[in-house]
Design a protein around this ligand. Structure first.
Ligand SMILES: [Zn+2]
Length: 299
């Protein structure tokens, strides 16, 4: 499932081709994805100009010049393809191996035709993704998807003190807490597994034990925040730097991932990567999600 770095990579791929351009027309081929499309969405978008493409947590926000917003969740398998004069690519390496959405495929559900002959196609075979329309007179902070999000992990709104405040009264395992988008926006299963391993924190540790009695963060919590930011920025960098290599790929229908070497994710039964640890990576299930960790060095 695309997490923050993957969505950010998609954003960076789309924005230079779409920002400042007008929508000539829109082709919506189903009444719904995971949720129904807004009524008459195609007509309402026609003629509007795309102001900017932003990201919030795992959402892409396509901001239009009448102050309305298209919010897109990529779900499990959603992807965007750009085609037009001299371009044909799918931004985001997690779509590695996926057939390019030409705009005419069976899973090409939503097509934006943009001035200058550019076509942006949203393809989603499993349809867990969605495109939600935020009307221009709606305050986005009150939108049902955006209002529940916690701070952006890479922003100044997020630090160990902020996180400590949130963890102070939580008795849930830290793994589950970090997946809660109201605590911090954008982290998913893979990066939470990795971050906890890098920090030496057990995924089963009760969240509140990472906070001191006086409510301030423990040094391990400070390290956790540092690692969250480092892992995410490394992954964004990896996505950005490999973007070119994945232009025009086609082939098998697997969901690849960033070419990041995971320390624990998917490594059940293998030796811990730490030189000074002889532990074996274990897999457990927490809140219906796989957790991979080293019981020897994660406490
Ligand atoms: Zn270990």
């Amino acid at each position: 499932m695309p997490e923050l770095p993957e969505v950010e990579t998609v954003r960076r791929g789309l924005s230079p081709h779409l920002e400042g351009k007008s929508i000539v027309n829109v082709d919506i081929r189903r009444p719904d994805l995971r949720f129904p499309f807004a009524k008459d969405l195609d007509k309402r978008l026609t003629g509007l100009k795309i102001r900017t493409i932003d990201r919030r947590g795992k959402y892409l926000l396509i901001r239009l010049d009448d102050d309305s917003i298209l919010l897109n969740s990529l779900g499990m398998s959603g992807r965007w393809t750009m085609t037009g004069e001299g371009i044909a690519f799918t931004p985001g390496t997690f779509a590695h191996g996926a057939v390019i959405g030409t705009g005419d495929g069976p899973h090409d559900h939503f097509v934006l035709n943009i001035e200058g002959g550019i076509r942006a196609t949203y393809t989603d075979a499993r349809r867990f993704g969605y495109i939600h329309f935020i009307e221009s007179d709606v305050n986005e902070e009150e939108d049902r998807f955006l209002s529940v999000l916690g701070p952006e992990p890479m922003s100044q709104d997020f630090d160990a003190t902020v996180l400590a405040k949130n963890l102070k009264n939580r008795s849930s395992p830290i793994k589950n807490t970090l997946l809660d988008q109201s605590v911090v926006a954008g982290l998913g299963n893979i990066y939470v597994n990795e971050v906890l391993n890098r920090t030496g924190i057990s995924p089963r540790r009760i969240s509140s034990t990472l906070v001191r009695k006086n409510g301030s963060p423990t040094s391990r919590l400070e390290l956790l925040v540092e690692q969250i930011q480092e892992v995410l920025s490394d992954a964004i960098e990896a996505g950005g730097s490999t973007l070119q290599d994945f232009r025009g790929v086609s082939g098998e229908d697997d969901l690849g991932w960033f070419p990041v070497n995971f320390r624990v994710y998917g490594r059940e039964g293998l030796s811990c990567v730490r030189d000074d640890c002889s532990g074996i990576v274990q897999r457990i299930v927490q809140a219906n999600r796989s957790t991979f960790f080293c019981p020897s060095c994660q406490r």
